[in-house]
Each structure stands twice: as C-alpha cells, then as structure tokens.
Design a protein around this ligand. Structure first.
Ligand code: PMP
Length: 296
C-alpha cells in the first residue's frame, strides 16, 4: 500500500493556537526556518490517548527555542492542552506527535531577530520506527560525528542538528543497515541518528554521558527503570574499542522506544534478559500511565 504523503492527509493540525484542516497547515517558501534551520521540534508518543511525558516534551521544546534565541509563544500548559485536544480531534489513542516552533518570514537573512515565532503540532499513526524492531537492528558507523558543544547548541532539539543525522542515516540505508552509530568529535561513542544508545556487559548497563547530544527523555526513563529493577547503570565515556566487550545493546527514543541491536559494523549483539526486562518494564510503564490518567 502506498504511504499517503504527509501534506495530503485527513485530520487536523494545531497551528499558532488554532486547529486547521491537515491539508491547509502551510507555511510560505520564504520562511526563515526553511533557509536557516531556525526550527526546534519534539517527537512524542501517546499511549491509550495519553501523551507520554507530555510536560517534559513541552518544556524541552520551549528550552530548545531559548537555546536558539527565541521564545516559543505558548507555555507548557497551553502546549500540553493543544496536544490533548489534537489527539481527541483526530480520534487517535496511540499515535506519534510532532510539535515544532520556528522563525517566520519578516526577515530573510542570517539575522532574524524580529521574525514572528510560530508553533504547530501534528500527529499521525505510526507503528514501530524500525520495521525489524524486535528482531534487533543493524547499525553501521556513521560517516559524520556529533559536533562539540561549542560548535553547535547540542542540547537543543534543533532542526539544523539533523542535517548530519539524515546524511548518516542515508549512508547506512544505502549500505543495507537500519541506522548509523555516530561518534562524537573526540571519537567517543555518542548515539544513533535519532535515538540514544545503551550497552550491557555482565548484567551492568553502560551508556555514554550526554555531554554533546540530547539526553533523551526515553533514555532518562530507561535509566530510572533499570535502577528500580536493581540493575547498575554507568554513564561514562565509551570508546569504540570497547564495543566488542558488550553482549547486548539497544537504542532508546520516543519514536524508537526500546529497540534491540543485533549488529554494529560486523560485531554481533544478542538481545538478552536485561534488554527484555527493560522492554517489558517500559511497555508496562507507558500503558500504566495511560490507564491511570484515563481513570483520573
Ligand atoms: N537523540 C536524537 C538525535 C534524537 O532525535 C532523539 C529523539 N528525539 C533522541 C536522542 C531521544 O530522545 P527522546 O528519548 O527524548 O525522544
């Protein structure tokens, strides 16, 4: 079945405070964000009609805007409400949500201090981010590295930072892999192109310190779940020569949820008891939160 393109779908999109029919949610081609990547965004999931970590995502959107030098013209309470209303209006229980904010079209040069800031929220039904999710995915090493924190605002979920992610993901797909593992500017292991990474050795979890990439909300959730389950979690610098010493590995992200890895550039990994336990706990948490909020 052909996938319906994103500009040509039914439903509603929230835009600058109003709901507009999906096909009418348009911006002009001379929009600053289009030319200079002055856009920040969020990717979220709703389970059972409840947006997981909605407030944290809304606050991160506002914070990303701040890091880009602009004020998102809605507060977290308003953004949360818009997300809730949007999924009800579209009639979905389980869906993916994309909130974004960007500089408009008053000025179209490098400087854009006086541009209006716009915001929108869209949603769509999206199953697993990776088709082979539970079989485990294959990663190659990305041809691009995460930039140093003094060369880009690495804590912002900013559109411009995804240029090297798309290039890396395309390189991986062209070579027959599902995704790419990005090193950072020091050569340490950083993350995948849209998700954080974890490794397991002898029942202990190791994950890179997020000092030049997004400290994902799913990453933070999984670390808390692991510690609750009595599993030790070590956040530290991890170098590529350690890869062969780990037995399990997985990615985390709002879209990817917990995705087991079965290969990184020829090195095999086998999803085992620790990964399985965390997948179960994550599923239970997202569904429990949904049930609890629905009952409240
Ligand atoms: N890193 C990158 C580059 C991402 O795009 C994402 C997805 N937003 C993540 C990490 C994971 O973040 P989160 O768990 O908050 O979705």
């Amino acid at each position: 079945m052909a996938v319906q393109p994103f500009h040509d779908r039914d439903g509603w999109i929230w835009m600058d405070g109003e709901f507009v029919p999906h096909r009418e949610a348009k911006v002009h081609v001379l929009t600053h964000a289009m030319h200079y990547a002055s856009c920040v965004f969020e990717g979220e999931r709703a389970y059972g009609g409840v947006v997981f970590k909605s407030r944290e995502h809304s606050e991160r959107l506002i914070h990303s805007g701040k890091l880009m030098g602009f004020r998102v013209p809605f507060d977290a309470v308003e953004i949360d409400r818009a997300k809730r209303e949007l999924i009800v209006k579209n009639g979905w229980e389980d869906c993916y949500i994309r909130a974004l904010a960007w500089r408009g079209s008053e000025q179209l040069g490098v400087s854009a201090k006086h541009n209006t800031i716009h915001a929108a929220i869209a949603a769509w039904q999206w199953g697993d981010y990776f088709a082979d999710k539970m079989k485990g995915i294959r990663l190659m090493i990305a041809p691009w590295r995460r930039p140093a924190p003094d060369t880009a605002p690495s804590n912002a979920k900013a559109a411009g930072l995804y240029m090297i992610c798309t290039l890396s993901k395309h390189a991986a797909e062209d070579a027959g892999f599902n995704d790419a593992l990005m090193f950072d500017w020091r050569g340490q292991i950083a993350e995948a192109t849209g998700a954080n990474i974890f490794f397991i050795r002898d029942g202990v979890i190791h994950t890179p310190t997020p000092d030049c990439f997004l400290n994902g909300l799913t990453r933070q959730t999984v670390i808390a779940l692991a510690r609750q389950a009595g599993i030790e979690v070590v956040e530290r610098a991890i170098f590529p020569n350690e890869l062969a010493t780990f037995s399990e590995a997985f990615l985390t992200g709002s879209a990817a949820e917990i995705t087991p890895i079965r290969e990184i550039a020829g090195m095999p990994f086998k999803p085992g008891a620790t990964t399985e336990r965390l997948v179960q706990d994550f599923v239970a948490l997202t569904r429990r939160k949904a049930r609890a909020e629905a009952a409240a």
